[in-house]
Design a protein around this ligand. Structure first.
Ligand code: FAD
Length: 367
């Protein structure tokens, strides 16, 4: 690992746990300023909001599923889950102890994706085959994942019957009712059948069966099922560690305005796992990564704590893509749907932008 001569004794060990949106960016940002180790169970970072497009267009994942080694050229990857931490070390599931001077926790949400990029791309091809072969698709869950998937399928395969079942009283409950109402109308205009206030008992559906029964007794026949009910935060493992008293009621780590876990001078928590009072969005996770990177550089160079960057509250800005051309956007003063927000997000889904931020070619795959 390249160490600039001027760093001398200041070359500190920074361990980043979680190679998602926030973890990948902070690891990349610090790799020439510290001895960086990234701990992540996979050999790749994946842009989460590009995953629904990749299901209807598997080649899209060639750019959105990125080897850690492509952007982490001056750091090391430990491909495992972190299972415990002490004041100076992280223990991984494989039994490795990784020593740190500074720790960054960025474990966001649990996922169960394959370890290798090749396997992940294969999964997308298999899902795409499943969609193409189906004449009817059932999607359970009307949050951003379910809505974006329903829209992708409805736009690319208008011939297929798409049914979206959601147990809440409206779609996209994390944003305002106006955006939710407009989204519902948009989906209906694309012939997606939306069933609100209903759930599907997936435990009692027979393996291989194409018949599903909702909580109101409605029968839905679907060749293909996608469960999009949201993933839990990946913080359970921390509850048996020295940070067990650092959680809020939602399982998030309590942080100060500099993004350090409260009570710890050398442990940061960033991204969805931090208890910052804001909606959980990738662009905010990226902001956390850049602020924490700045603070770590300051601390490692012996700068004054009073000079540390602080997190400023952000006004709410959410764009949910609706297929390749349209989107629904909620900005502080207005909610819009259609081609205009679609132009901002839906064509490339910010994939080029994220790649560029990681120092990669926005268009080409380097691997
Ligand atoms: C369908 C969908 C659409 C979205 N659309 C948008 C959008 O348009 N715009 C936007 O800004 N945001 C969007 N988001 C939200 C955004 O993806 C999240 O806010 C962001 O991913 C949070 O980043 P993170 O780094 O905190 O966590 P994640 O990106 O979830 O990364 C966590 C990483 O930690 C790893 N990990 C977990 N446990 C451990 C462990 N014990 N040890 C080591 N590693 C571990 C995981 O494997 C993963 O790599 C969307 C999310 C989804 C699911």
């Amino acid at each position: 690992m390249e160490r600039p001569p001027e760093m001398g004794g200041l070359w500190k060990r920074v361990v980043v746990i979680g190679g998602g949106v926030a973890g990948s960016l902070i690891a990349k940002s610090l790799q020439f300023h510290a001895d960086v180790t990234l701990i992540d169970p996979k050999e790749y970072f994946e842009i989460p909001w590009a995953s629904l497009r990749a299901m209807v267009e598997p080649s899209f994942a060639e750019r959105s599923v990125i080897y850690h080694k492509d952007y982490l050229t001056n750091g090391r990857l430990v491909m495992s889950k972190a299972i415990n931490i002490s004041k100076s070390e992280v223990l991984t599931a494989e039994g490795r102890m990784v020593a740190y001077d500074y720790l960054v926790i960025a474990t966001g949400h649990n996922d169960s994706f394959p370890k290798t990029r090749t396997e992940r791309l294969k999964e997308y091809r298999a899902e795409n085959k499943k969609i193409k072969a189906a004449s009817s698709v059932l999607i359970v869950g009307g949050g951003p994942t379910g809505v974006e998937l329903a829209a992708e399928i409805a736009v690319d395969h208008p011939d297929k019957r798409v049914v979206l079942v959601h147990d809440g009283s409206r779609l996209l409950e994390f944003i305002g009712p106006k955006a939710a109402g407009k989204t519902l109308e948009w989906l209906k205009s694309k012939n997606v059948e939306v069933k609100l206030r209903q759930s599907v008992d997936l435990n009692n559906s027979l393996e291989g069966s194409t018949t599903y029964v909702t909580s109101t007794g409605e029968i839905i026949i679907a060749d293909c099922l996608f469960v999009c009910t949201g993933k839990p935060l990946a913080s359970a493992w921390l509850k048996e560690t020295m940070l067990k008293n650092s959680f809020d009621d939602f399982g998030r780590l309590k942080v100060d305005e500099n993004l350090r876990v409260k009570g710890y001078k050398n442990i940061f928590a960033i991204g969805d796992i931090a208890d910052v009072k804001e909606i959980k969005q990738g662009y905010l996770a990226q902001k956390h990564a850049l602020i924490a990177a700045k603070n770590l550089k300051l601390m490692m160079s012996g700068g004054k704590e009073s000079k540390m960057a602080t997190l400023k509250p952000h006004s709410m800005k959410v764009i949910v893509s609706l297929g390749r051309y349209d989107a629904v956007a909620q900005f502080p003063l207005t909610t819009i749907i259609g081609l205009v927000p679609g132009l901002i997000k839906s064509k490339d889904l910010f994939v080029g932008k994220v790649r560029k931020q990681l120092g990669l070619d926005p268009r080409l795959v380097n691997s």
